[in-house]
Design a protein around this ligand. Sequence first.
Ligand code: FES
Length: 362
Amino acid sequence: MNPLGMLAELTHRCPLGCPYCSNPLALEDRADEMDTATWVRVFQQAADMGVLQVHLSGGEPASRRDLIELTRAASEAGLYTNLITSAIGIDSDRLQRLKAAGLDHVQVSIQDTDPALSDHIADYNGAHARKLALAEAVTGLGMALTVNAVIHRANIANLSGMVALAASLGAGRVEVAHVQYYGWALRNRDALMPTREQIDQAMQEMDALQARYAGRLVIDSVIPDYYARRPKPCMGGWGQKSLNVTPSGVVLPCHAAATIPGLTFWSVRERSLADIWANSPAFEAFRGTAWMKEPCQSCSLQTACFGGCRCQALAITGDAAAADPSCELSPYHGHMQELAQQASGGAYAYRGRKESTAAPAR
Ligand code: FES
């Protein structure tokens, strides 16, 4: 079994300050980032082991001066290339050069439809306008566009508006991405968590939106974990379908795996990607079903969800080998729902700021 997708975190540098950032609390330094030649080797190794798609991500990947060279190398290796960007640092000239280098697809995140609210959430003046400009440039060049609409307490009431914006930009797909509470986002959980009433309203709206845009726009949406009854197979199952490479070359089974104590991670600076995938202790730790405890161990759905998310299990229960508490069979399921209900809104903590900032309200 080989991975199909690879998340290439080219850098942790990012001009935005989104409170829902799922990157770790401690970001990797620029000085530790892999150089161009090492990334080129990683892309070739990924293609050789059967990876089909690479997501060029970060941080903001446009912060890398060699983004065009990296894109060309990934494309020439035979990988389908998806650029995940905030739009900051990609003007129309750079986009055209990325396309010429073989870029296949662009994913742009949006915070809302209201520019002031969007910029407040992203903690960057003018971000919203630049996102719209890039999205229009992408479709103007005939490239595939996905809009990533990150949903939370401050914008969930505008779900329909965000989907309509994605459609008007010419996106083929919109990901209604409820915040996942890992990394920095976990620190802002109280401020970002929607209420039960907001979720119920959004789920009803989603049915109507699916009908309205059928055949025109693919809308990906799932119930957010804290309000779900069944867990999702995080990463398609640990060590089964995809891998992450951090800016410094550490290979992770998921983007939050480094939060799990006791795991040993290997680096592409010292070993091949194929060796790491097959033999790294971190990938072996939760691969398959042998590691499971009850209730997962005897559950008939264990190969449907693979126990859900290890990092979420750790964050809520303190045990990464426990069932994901988004599962109603988990003894921590009620506790997780209480955490959601107790969330009071509150202020945002932005990276690099000592003071919290009031969360916006619609
Ligand atoms: Fe690590 Fe889900 S984010 S397993």
